[in-house]
Design a binder for this molecule. Sequence first.
Ligand SMILES: Cc1cc2nc3c(=O)[nH]c(=O)nc-3n(C[C@H](O)[C@H](O)[C@H](O)COP(=O)(O)O)c2cc1C
Ligand code: SF4
Length: 594
Amino acid sequence: MAAETDVVALVLRRRADPTQLLQILREAQEELGWISPETARALASTLGVPATHVESVVQFYSFLYDKPRGRYRILFSDNITDRMLGSLTLFEHMLKRLKLRQGEVSPDGAVSIDLTSCTGMCDQGPAALVNNRAVTRLTARRVDEMCDLVRAGVSISDWPSNYFRVEDNIRRADAILGSRYAPGSALRAAIALGRQGMLDEMKRSNLRGRGGAGFTTSVKWESCRNAPGAERYIVCNADEGEPGTFKDRVLLTSYADRVFEGMAIAGFVAGAARGLVYLRGEYRHLLEPLEAKLDAMRRDRLMGAGICGAQGFDFDVDIHLGAGAYICGEESALIESLEGKPGKPRIRPPFPVTVGYLGKPTVVDNVETLAQATEVALHGGRMFAGRGTKHSAGTKILSVSGDCSRPGLYEYPFGVRVEQVLKDCGASDVAAVQVSGPSGVCLTPDEFRRHIAFEDVPTAGAFMVFGMERDLFEVARNFAHFFAHESCGFCTPCRVGTALLRDALDKIAEGRGSRYEINELMRLAELLRRTSHCGLGQTAGNPVRDAWAKFRPAFERRLIRGEFDPAVDLDAALTRAREIAGRDDAAAHIGAEA
Ligand SMILES: Cc1cc2nc3c(=O)[nH]c(=O)nc-3n(C[C@H](O)[C@H](O)[C@H](O)COP(=O)(O)O)c2cc1C
Ligand code: SF4
């Protein structure tokens, strides 16, 4: 292992820029295993930033460590779909075999094992990350083999390659996933249309963002173009942190041409020469292939100066890797993270289209939105708008997982009914479908005739299926843990409220909950919705509200009959005080008759 000073020198030679701090820390950690106080101080002084700033960044991101972790860092994906496939049993099995507790480092420093939020492999779970590399389709046998490899000290690069196989699992293809794509064709079509002509086609297409909010893409591009200033940026949001979503993973694996060309077309229209991809840390395995794809595009003059020979059409892309923070999918938090800071959402307005990355006008678009823009360039806006529904043009890619026989990607024209998707993916006896992840909506069978579309059931892509035997209380509890873990802590309602939601559900799970907790849950969910600063807090109460409204018996059978049961056993908490005071008479006990 290189000396820390060497690592700092190495990293800074590449990027001596404070806005690159997250990337520098990530690379330093890849060398050193963790960020020691000495490394943090050395980085701070070389970059000319306060040491506290470096520390705050390290502490913010789950994949940066300010304490040593094992040489093998194993993180089990803790999404509900992984749990449904038995991930917790496998997690406990591995802890037992390696004689470890959760989060603990083995005495020889070899291994640490913990849980992490959804790793985006729900179609091939249970999944885990081993030193940031995704391992899929875990079984008890595979876990045993992994334990043997860890004990024998075998380098990860020598582990069987099939452990790391990540499949696309495309089950239904349409415009994007199905068509044969000639690299460069969308770029050439956009150049032929000209900047204004391409913008006009975008307007005609009615393309709306696929990242969740459904904002009209042409409005964003035009606003950025019209914002004052000479420098502009196009950001591709590849954070894909919403549990149950994995479509962007596949687009970046097998359709990266389209995504990068979509970015360049956005740059062409908005007048931006630089693009940034924010790739979630869980997709670390995609970094080198994407870099290689960009190199190939540069060689083919599909990236760089004078794209396709068009004078003045200059555009190039950098890839930034995230480090395990769901909130960095929120566009302003993402920009903070790109600037090397903790990913906390900004106060808006101003919106990124006027004040974005480095204070410059910036378009932030989802991976799928950018891929869809190539369809508009190729076939024109009218053709694009001719598919889907009135308010939801084109196709939508769904990430289907859970209780179905064919999990994977399904691309449909917008407007498809939920029941059609269920039929196609081989789901029967379905109790509920969670559409758009924990922040989305839980649908029950009486709603399965509804349509996937912005005007009916909007979605960023997740489609998690729960069979009749599933306990929807436990699903809501898993989601509450997710939000409490991922709250960035910037605003009090969300920081405190998500923790209270989690604790109240845990209390009910332990059989100590009463009507009091239910009332508290509903009150908190409403408070979160009304007073949180960003979408994470605003939607964090949705799952518990939905589950209580639609699966009440799952709660009621856990409730004690009384009106209230305290969360803390005060009498037990005073045991030590009684020992010190040397008294144990009735009056020294809370609740005892005097
Ligand atoms: C908590 C939170 C997480 C988000 N995560 C993502 C994400 O992972 N990917 C994404 O594209 N948009 C995400 N968004 C939405 C973005 O803020 C933004 O609306 C989107 O990137 C815009 O792109 P689009 O117009 O192409 O949809 C998230 C929003 C919130 C509030
Ligand atoms: S709502 Fe939650 S995630 Fe959003 S800014 Fe507030 S604390 Fe952070």
